[in-house]
Design a protein around this ligand. Structure first.
Ligand code: PMP
Length: 328
């Protein structure tokens, strides 16, 4: 995430809406030392025709967040609906009329030395203007990492636990230093798990294949959205089964999915062309369907979206406000 961050952006911190420059955490905070936080990543998409900002599947994200928090015994004392309402309010208070990335983070907040956890919890939500995460419009080159995906019995990858992201950071850093755009991690059994920050799908023999959730992958919400779009809009069959590394080299199409990356076509893997070496037809159609659904352009998927601005009024403020950028 390389966007410049405005310290005057209003964030939700310790139950209050305050400027980010005033939201401070002590240097002995448990989560900083031991990784004992759980985060989420949510996007909101600006629709210029309707002058509306849509938060993508906020209830799913906040339900997942609360469930994941329970893995680490972190209590977030608000419902998913209340958290979604705070998110929309944050966007309104900042007057955002642009694409956003929203980062809720709950953590063990005691300020002391000692790894054992207690019941002192805190959380915040930050919403920032945010464009593309991976420049994938022409396809990206992915490399299989020498780092293995952490196992459910070590740090559960489905938990989106802060400390677990050292695994993704190591793999992503290695991949970029080796000239790749993104890493693909194998799990402890040697099967393909996922990207450093995204789930993975391949097309083989007319079917869309992705690793099942018990292969040490995040239970991706974009993964779920893409599966629904593939079945309902494209009539494609989904198969959840383990994937061998060598299948990546002979599949017809390959792509990543994630809140940050969207649908990112992989056109080269480990220096080999995927299929014809260009973006595949199914990937292209799914990518477009996802963008259209997320921006509120497909009525059937409006149920995924939370409109931020009052739909009965003329929409978002007409004047350029803080955060108005050319990202949309
Ligand atoms: N896997 C990992 C490791 C991730 O960090 C992410 C991003 N949250 C994903 C997959 C994609 O999940 P989602 O579609 O819910 O963003």
């Amino acid at each position: 995430m390389k966007a410049d961050v405005d310290p005057n952006v209003i964030v939700y911190f310790n139950g209050q809406y305050i400027p980010m420059r005033d939201a401070r955490i002590g240097i002995l905070t448990h989560a900083l030392h031991y990784g004992t936080g759980v985060f989420e990543g949510i996007r909101a998409y600006w629709n210029p025709e309707d002058r509306q900002l849509f938060v993508m599947r906020p209830s799913c994200h906040y339900q997942r967040w609360k469930q994941n928090c329970s893995i680490l015994r972190i209590d977030v004392p608000l419902s998913a609906d209340q958290l979604a309402a705070i998110t929309a309010e944050l966007a309104r208070r900042n007057g955002f009329c642009t694409d956003l990335y929203i980062r809720p983070l709950a953590y063990k907040s005691a300020e002391r030395i000692g790894v054992a956890i207690d019941d002192q919890d805190a959380f915040f939500i930050v919403a920032l203007p945010f464009g593309e995460y991976l420049h994938s419009e022409n396809g990206i080159h992915a490399g299989v990492s020498s780092w293995r995906r952490i196992d459910d019995n070590a740090i559960p990858p489905r938990g989106k636990i802060c400390g677990a992201y050292a695994n993704s950071a190591l793999a992503g850093d290695e991949a970029r230093r080796s000239g790749f755009d993104e890493a693909i991690l194998l799990n402890q059994s040697g099967h393909v798990a996922e990207g450093a920050s995204c789930n993975l799908f391949m097309m083989r023999r007319g079917r869309l294949v992705t690793p099942p959730l018990c292969e040490n992958v995040l239970e991706g919400i974009t993964r779920d959205s893409i599966m629904e779009l593939a079945v309902r809009e494209l009539g494609i069959e989904i198969v959840e089964r383990p994937i061998d590394r060598s299948e990546l080299y002979i599949c017809d199409e390959l792509f990543f999915t994630g809140t940050a990356v969207g649908v990112a076509p992989v056109t080269r893997v480990d220096h080999r062309a995927v299929g014809a070496g260009s973006i595949g037809a199914v990937t292209r159609r799914l990518r477009q369907a996802y963008v259209d659904a997320a921006r509120g352009r497909i009525p059937a998927y409006r149920r995924w979206l939370l409109p931020v601005y009052n739909p009965d009024s003329a929409g978002a403020p007409q004047t350029a406000l803080a955060g108005e950028t050319s990202l949309a």
